[in-house]
Design a protein. Structure first.
Length: 264
């Protein structure tokens, strides 16, 4: 029988293998959906033989799909299945949906709901006006916190130490000429956001798109999510932005009470 030291060593080895596999999975993104073994090995700075073994194992478990003609890998159907299970467990979506639907009907603009996730926001709900032709859904997508209204609304209300920790490890890439690219200017914008009670994205992430957002709170005033109204910049005048901001603040007050009562 193996002694306790040998068993502990084996457990650590298996744990490290699992971490390596999960790290490799994280490289499959919207911008980089497909990898060869050689490319991923160089990118991840891991031995090619190790990467090949891990990818083959993930393929056998349907977490990856290997293209028969090129040998390159993509995410497999098991990931889609797991994503569905994860989404179905988001109770906050069920609680919030009637409020989001009502907001959609009143403003006739895109309504998003997102949660903070690894210094980004992760979209968990998206409602679109019937007249708006959209051939994709943002649900499941990530976006930077610093250049989206929904992300800035969360950053502004975070504890200072948490906000500084996130910003210290973040490169403020300029997506448009309006993107905040230095922390000092961003902090000033977040201070204004706290005063207003809602955040504004003035074409900072995408040219021609403006957004307004407000945070949602759960028990003990913990920040749990945020809701935004998004649409064409020419439909977001200063007066309209102020109107949307007030609507979102009222929604936040009502929905946050609901979430807190539900124990979220």
């Amino acid at each position: 029988m193996a002694d306790s030291t040998t068993m502990a060593t084996e457990s650590v080895r298996k744990y490290k293998s699992l971490v390596r596999a999960l790290n490799l999975l994280s490289y499959f993104t919207e911008d980089s959906p497909e990898w060869s073994v050689s490319d991923l090995s160089r990118h991840a700075k891991m031995p090619k033989s190790t990467v090949s073994t891990i990818l083959a194992t993930l393929r056998d478990e349907d977490l990856l799909h290997q293209q028969p003609d090129t040998g390159r890998y993509r995410l497999g159907l098991r990931c889609l299945e797991l994503g569905y299970y994860s989404a179905s467990q988001l109770v906050i979506r069920d609680i919030a949906f009637p409020y989001l639907q009502s907001l959609l009907e009143s403003v006739n603009q895109i309504v998003y709901m997102a949660v903070p996730y690894q210094s980004h926001v992760l979209y968990i709900e998206a409602l679109y006006p019937l007249a708006r032709r959209v051939n994709y859904s943002s649900v499941g997508r990530r976006a930077p916190m610093y250049c989206t209204a929904i992300g800035k609304s969360l950053l502004a209300q975070m504890a200072e130490k948490d906000r500084k920790q996130i910003l210290s490890g973040m490169e403020l890439e300029a997506y448009t000429p309006n993107t905040f690219t230095d922390v000092k200017s961003l902090e000033e914008e977040l201070a204004l956001t706290r005063e207003r009670g809602y955040a504004i994205d003035r074409e900072e992430r995408e040219p021609g798109i403006r957004c307004v957002a407000a945070p949602l709170y759960g028990r003990r005033s913990a920040i749990v999510a945020a809701v935004s109204i998004s649409g064409p910049a020419n439909e977001f005048s200063q007066e309209r932005i102020a109107e949307y901001g007030l609507r979102l603040k009222n929604l936040s007050n009502e929905l946050s009470r609901k979430l807190a009562l539900a124990g979220y």
